[in-house]
Design a protein around this ligand. Structure first.
Ligand code: HEM
Ligand SMILES: [Cu+2]
Length: 854
């Protein structure tokens, strides 16, 4: 029942015939097309360069920033190692040491590992897919600026001696009671960055689903794209529980709502659950992209297609799913029931199977191929060796009694660094060597690369191998020093020496990466002889990504489609020109990649930077418990984002159809499931619903875990006000839906009337929800606190929904939203579908809770 049937659909021959493809493109045509596309994709020059939004620029900044944060975190590690080199050292005091390990771990995980995946994906995914750019370039730019601001803020706290110091998992009550602003920096700064991470994940998922080149069905897309889907999906379900946890945690720290305070009915274990529901998938979020890099390098090195493509895909999906069922293995020592110990122990062992399959597939590919041991392959080999060692200690740790023995000792530090270094650092460096010719159009030095590899590889093992023993000998993690009599001195000294060898290796690597390479001649276009599309990019570089978007029929098009590159260069394929001087890319159908429409993508802008700065303000001011400027910043951020959307998205097109090349004519506007915006909304709402579900989980957790929930004689929400909230909230949803339907039928007056009434109904719902719990005191006990938290969550989401309705109303009045071009309203209705569910769930809890619980 696609009601937008009135919109035109693709016309003309598809798939393209060999005859059409072999017709030469005249020289004049080629030049006209190239000039137009070049003009449209021109990167801004001079100081305007920062306004660039092109994936190649934003991806590069993102990657370099993540690398810089990683180096800072690495320096912290070295300083810690100096302190630990000898017994009773006084190089760092306990307080500094605490800040350093907390910041080291947090920065490595939140400012390096995840952003690095997103950076690399933003940089490479469009190239793997022969797309011109990501679907929402300004969103990537916005995400990047948020990341930069948030990262500098979080790391900067160390300079003022006010960094967080409760460890990277911020356990309460240690962290809830911590003096100073450290935990607030952690909670708000990192939440801010997580929001940006989710934004990037949404964009990457939509990119992999909808921006593939014509013909690239899901079963022939590069494995990397599959991993993007899996990891993006994991981010979507893993980060929101942490954001929900951060929300509760910050409410406790700022307003003394006792979520984690057992004296008032709270429970620190809830934080552990929410943290590790995020935290365990997180390690796979870190590790799977590295496997994805390996999956791109291995076939090239072996000069043959990967063995077991479908097995790898299935295992990646399986690992993704399973990783959500393992989190409790981080909590084996918290006194959980026997049955959960057994279950989570078994599940933790089970994840070895899909992980193993992926690794075996690579080994099999290498065995049947003709391997040349290039530098990228050397790093991949190092990665596999180290990761497998880390995986094996993981198998040991999943066994509960062993876990009890070594919990919180250096054995854990050894294990986690084996998995993270092998599963992340080595593969990323392999990726840098492999993709450097693609990114910089230069080559890195073979000789320096060997030096860097052997220094880092041996340094790594010298540092971390002894730690297994240090741990078994009883040294706890997170201690700033130890006495002579412990006998741990020599092992620690070895570890410290190793750390400096790693540092030397990184110095060599960085020197090679950053040294000017002007003298180096022009490199060949596909120096490794790869089979995938990224190495079809022009040398020297052009900002347009691909000259024309190819028709793909093979997993390794550069190997199997003989004249592909030549024809791409000639502009023989799709979108060979840009008559309106607009940036465009092709959107295809999700499963079989049939061309659907031409998507106009956004160009350079200041507004994204402004929006990021104000969003930063909204998160950073509350750290210091200053709320007025925070609210003002939040309001400005909303204005910026509205302006940005208003001026660029879903505008009615000048021409409804566009000659896309090869005789194919494609629509230039899409609405509903055909459009990328609709998919982005869907995916975002899944993440948002997960966060909401996590807060709801909190309610049921207290209910089942605490006998004093609710406490005797507790006050309950006012039932009739809850009913009013539910009724008006659902009415607001119904009115939005009615507006959509009226609009499609051309009844503009009716649609606008509905869009005037809907926000009013939603506003009443907000007030009613507040009145319902107003008399409860959230600081008195966790029961009123969690009800208040649900109310706040609801009101914030209703308010966002109101803004969206207002936006559509304005769009309708100003002719941006018409019966034919209704993408905005459809997306907003989708938001409200989710809203209706949230309203009903919240009302059910607020209204029925007293009945259930008493
Ligand atoms: C240059 C190499 C590295 C060295 C020498 C190093 C060293 C250390 C040290 C000394 C600690 C504190 C141990 C303790 O007192 O408990 C630590 C903790 C940690 N490291 Fe590293 N590390 C390195 C690289 C990495 C990387 C690449 C990652 C992740 C991608 C990472 C993630 C962590 C985490 C999550 C913690 C736990 C922090 C906490 O206990 O809250 N490290 N590391
Ligand atoms: Cu885990």
């Amino acid at each position: 029942m696609t009601k937008t049937a009135s919109l035109p659909v693709a016309e003309g021959p598809y798939p393209p015939s060999e005859e059409a493809l072999s017709k030469p493109v005249s020289e004049a045509e080629q030049q006209r097309g190239a000039a137009e596309v070049r003009a449209a994709w021109k990167t801004p020059q001079g100081w305007r360069y920062v306004t660039a939004v092109n994936n190649s620029e934003v991806g590069k900044w993102y990657a370099l920033t993540a690398l810089a944060f990683m180096l800072i975190a690495g320096v912290l590690a070295l300083l810690m190692r100096v302190q630990l080199a000898f017994p009773d050292m006084t190089f760092l005091d306990a307080d500094r040491f605490n800040q350093f390990f907390t910041m080291h771990g947090s920065a490595m995980m939140f400012l390096f590992a995840v952003p690095m995946f997103e950076a690399i994906s933003i940089l490479l995914l469009p190239a793997f897919l022969g797309a011109r750019d990501m679907p929402f370039p300004r969103l990537s730019a916005y995400g990047y600026w948020c990341f930069l601001i948030g990262g500098c803020f979080v790391l900067g706290s160390l300079l003022f001696d006010s960094g967080p110091k409760a460890g990277w998992f911020m356990y309460p009550p240690l962290a809830t009671k911590e003096e100073g602003i450290g935990p607030d920096v952690w909670l708000l700064g990192l939440s801010f960055i997580e929001v940006a991470s989710i934004a990037a994940a949404v964009e990457l998922i939509v990119g992999a689903l909808k921006c593939r080149p014509p013909g690239m069905r899901v079963n022939i897309m590069p494995l990397y794209a599959w991993y993007v889907l899996v990891v993006g999906g994991m981010i979507l379900f893993a980060f929101p529980p942490l954001i929900a946890g951060d929300f509760l945690f910050e409410l406790e720290r700022s307003f003394d709502w006792p979520f984690f305070d057992p004296t008032r009915g709270g429970d620190p274990i809830l934080w552990q659950h929410l943290f590790w529901i995020f935290g365990h998938p997180e390690v796979y979020i870190v590790f799977l992209p590295s496997i994805a890099i390996a999956a791109m390098i291995v076939p090239t090195v072996a000069q043959r297609p990967i063995v077991g493509y479908s097995w790898i895909v299935l295992s990646a999906v399986g690992t993704g799913f399973l990783s959500f069922g393992l989190w409790v293995h981080h909590m084996f020592t918290t006194g959980l029931p026997q049955i959960s110990l057994g279950f989570f122990s078994a599940a933790s062992e089970a994840v070895v199977i899909p992980t193993g399959i992926q690794i075996f597939a690579f080994v099999a590919t290498l065995m049947v191929g003709r391997v040349k041991l290039t530098l990228p392959m050397l790093w991949i080999a190092g990665a596999l060796a180290i990761f497998v060692a880390g995986g094996l200690t993981g198998v040991m740790l999943a066994i509960v009694p062993f876990n009890w023995q070594v919990h919180d000792t250096y054995f854990i530090v050894a294990h986690l660094h084996y998995t993270l270094f092998g599963g992340m650092v080595f593969p990323v460096i392999a990726g840098v060597y492999y993709f450097y010719p693609f990114m910089a159009k230069k080559l890195l030095s073979e000789r320096l690369g060997l030096w860097a590899f052997w220094l880092i590889f041996s340094g790594f093992n010298i540092t971390f191998l002894p730690m297994h023993l240090t741990g078994l000998m009883g040294m706890p993690r997170r201690v700033f020093t130890y006495p002579e009599s412990s006998g741990w001195g020599w092992l620690n000294l070895i570890s410290t020496l190793g750390a400096f060898i790693i540092a030397a290796g990184f110095a060599v690597f960085l020197y090679d990466l950053l040294r000017p390479k002007k003298a180096q001649g022009q490199i060949p276009r596909n120096p490794w002889g790869a089979g995938t599309l990224e190495f079809s990019h022009e040398v020297p570089e052009e900002a347009w990504g691909v000259r024309s978007v190819p028709h793909i029929t093979s997993r390794y098009p550069l190997w199997d489609q003989p004249q592909l590159v030549e024809r791409m260069d000639a502009g023989r394929y799709y979108l060979p020109d840009a008559p309106e001087h607009q940036r465009e890319t092709i959107v295809t159908s999700v499963i079989d990649a049939k061309p659907v429409h031409v998507q106009r993508v956004t160009g350079p802008a200041w507004i994204t930077i402004l929006a990021a700065i104000f969003t930063g303000g909204a998160f950073i001011f509350p750290t210091f418990h200053i709320y007025t400027p925070a609210i003002i910043c939040g309001a400005f951020a909303i204005v910026c984002i509205m302006y940005w959307l208003w001026t660029t998205t879903a505008r009615p097109p000048k021409e409804e159809m566009r000659d896309a090349g090869l005789g194919l004519r494609l629509p230039t506007y899409a609405s509903g499931p055909d459009s990328v915006g609709w998919w982005a909304m869907w995916i975002t709402m899944l993440g948002d619903a997960t966060a909401f579900a996590s807060v709801v989980f909190g309610f049921f957790f207290y209910w089942t875990a605490r006998s004093d929930f609710p406490p005797d004689g507790a006050m309950h929400p006012l039932g009739h006000w809850v009913a009013v909230a539910a009724l008006t909230g659902v009415t607001a949803w119904a009115l939005t839906l009615a507006a959509r339907e009226a609009n499609i039928r051309g009844r503009l007056g009716l649609a606008r009337a509905a869009l005037v009434l809907a926000p009013l109904a939603a506003a009443v719902a907000c007030v009613a929800a507040w009145v319902a719990v107003r008399d409860l005191d959230p600081t008195s006990h966790v029961y009123p606190a969690i009800l208040w938290a649900l109310m706040v969550w609801l009101v914030v989401h209703l308010s966002v929904g109101v803004l969206m309705q207002g936006y559509c109303l304005a769009a309708s009045v100003f002719g941006k939203l018409t019966p034919r071009y209704d993408a905005d309203l459809r997306n907003v209705t989708l938001y409200w579908h989710f809203m209706a569910v949230k309203v009903m769930v919240t009302a059910a809890i607020l209204g029925l809770a007293p009945g259930w619980l008493s």
